[in-house]
Design a protein around this ligand. Sequence first.
Ligand SMILES: Nc1ncnc2c1ncn2[C@@H]1O[C@H](COP(=O)(O)OP(=O)(O)OP(=O)(O)O)[C@@H](O)[C@H]1O
Ligand SMILES: Cc1cn([C@H]2C[C@H](O)[C@@H](COP(=O)(O)O)O2)c(=O)[nH]c1=O
Length: 682
Amino acid sequence: MISTGSITGDGPVLRVPGFRRLWIGLGLSSLGDWLGLLALTAMANLMVEGYAARNYAIAGVLFLRVVPALVVGPVAGYVADRTDRRTVLVWGDYVRGLLFLSIPFVGELWWVFVVTVLVESVSLVWGPSKDATVPNLVSPAQLESANAISTTTTYASAVPAAALFALLTTVDRLFPSLLGFLERGAVDLALWLNGISFIVSGLVIASLHQIPRGPADLHGETNLVAAVLHGWRYVVGTPLVRGLVTGMVGAFAAGGVVVGLARTYVDDLGGGDAGYAVLFGAVFVGMGLGMWRGTRLLRRMNRRRVFGFALVGCGLLLVPLALVPHLEVVVGLAVAVGFLAGTAWINGMTMLGLEVPDEVRGRTFAFVGSAVRLALALVLAVAPLLAGLVGTVAFGPEVAGGGRLFEYGGAAVTIVLAALLLTVVGVLAYRLMDDHEGRSLLSDLSGALRREAGAATDPLAATGAGVFTERGVFVAFEGGEGAGKSTQARRLQTWLEAEGYSVLLTHEPGDTEVGRELRRIVLDPQTGVISHRAEALMYAADKAEHVDRVVLPALTRGEVVVTDRYVDSTIAYQGAGRDLLDDDVERIARWATGDLRPHLTVLLDVAPEHGLTRFEERDRIEAESADFHERVRAMFLRLAEAQPDHYLVVDGRQTPEEIEEQVRERLRPLLVGASPRDGATA
Ligand SMILES: Nc1ncnc2c1ncn2[C@@H]1O[C@H](COP(=O)(O)OP(=O)(O)OP(=O)(O)O)[C@@H](O)[C@H]1O
Ligand SMILES: Cc1cn([C@H]2C[C@H](O)[C@@H](COP(=O)(O)O)O2)c(=O)[nH]c1=O
């Protein structure tokens, strides 16, 4: 049996018990957090007299929520990486719960301020610890869905929190005696509920045993300053991470400008409160759609490019959003902007989870969190000032009745400036991260969309079926260098034979006479540089021989064929690794194999720097750059993500025994297609 804590590949992510618990904890603490914000501002409002004092008290709470990001933020990542993550998550919830519960007892404004700072400081450690834990609980193929669910839960919980707060205050107003035993009625009750929700969340997470115990390895860095500086150096010195952080901060800053000015902008358009609500809803609907569908739509495209493309798209769409004076059009554009922002966010979080090593992940997420908060605080303060300074801008010919043809309020002009800033940030991030130089973005994009359109209309592709033989069972092992494919393929053969099946163990390239010669050419370092197309064709020729002479005959005999590498290897290595279009490479490989597809592909996923340390000698392909192998890994994951029914994604860092168990479990139901050996009982 697969242990409940294992990373089991590609099913719905909420079926992973560890992640489900963390998600319940996150839901409860997010609900508490939103409820707490409403209750604290209401409390601050109750505790002082006079209009100006009340405004200052509320502004104080909001301001103090942002300040810790500047002071505690840099240290928070260190604490998250240094402290046992389970302890941080559990005790972080308990401490926040107790702090909220203390407010009704103390009942003083200064204590509200102190609790605001303390709770936010704990959250600054709790958040990165949670983000850094998710990749330990789910498989790489599930990480994107896990991030989408986490982000949606964090923000969507604002809705039930607001509804609950409204309900409590309404009940308190209509039936004051009901909550008469509490000094501040509904506000105190909200704080109680808030405290309890954190404590229950802590209890739920305490029952979760899959979070790795002990702090992440800091390579002996026990000195706080050195560790914090190392985290910053990592973010600034790694082009991919630098590009991601730049893009995410830019997106939030631009989003902050729009949110900060939306109310006055809608007023300028004559929309009023209802228009404002619709505009807000449109952005969130778009974001939800982007997180849910955005990356799927462009799944054939390189993730880094999707990120840059989405950011630049957001920036460009914000320009007409600010300049077209029709609320209906603006709402439509807001959905599109939200869609691209959601796509960019999920891609960014997923890349951080996949590509940042465990030991600096906490600090990296903390860095992103602090930078985003700082950018938000700045733009929320500066944007209204700027809009006020700009005032109304009018140009073009005079129109009857006075005024000019084009008249824009300061809000619209400031949004245009933010749009331009975001476009520049998007281009910068794209340039920092792009690893497909020489291949144009447009051809990548049209290729991705064409394939998706094809996938929808081509019945074979739509089912992901390709051609299956009626007899035999075909299993492929895929993955990067040293992932453990040969080890697992051999183990599977041994087990299947013991179960009574006839098994053919084979590999690519080189398991035919012609193939051996081709393998020598493509892998011998002496071959040197060859045309990438020639390389792809040689691998394709090997596949054609392999399928015709080895694989198909065995399947026709009803055997289980286990191959060490198949078509995915060429899409990953020659498509994503080299500068060939994935689409072209796939078409050639499918043609070469007569579109024969495995019933199951087991993807053993390990980071290249891990797999490549498992052996010393390097052939022509293994000697390629780290970036090349990263692209290969990302493509394998994408292929698996696109057809979860035909893949099992396994974390290759587990022991051979743990991996073997998961493969057996997944393969068992598929074995009905294979005939046991004569006389065997299986
Ligand atoms: N799960 C594992 N944990 C640790 N080491 C492993 C594991 N699986 C295999 N190894 C070791 O890693 C090395 C490479 O394993 P293996 O040859 O199975 O990988 P591979 O994916 O087939 O490599 P290649 O890409 O070169 O074909 C071997 O020394 C093997 O014993
Ligand atoms: C099938 C196939 C393989 N490759 C690459 C991947 C590896 O670097 C070598 C095969 O070596 P192994 O030790 O036998 O795994 O070839 C490729 O680039 N394209 C392919 O289609």
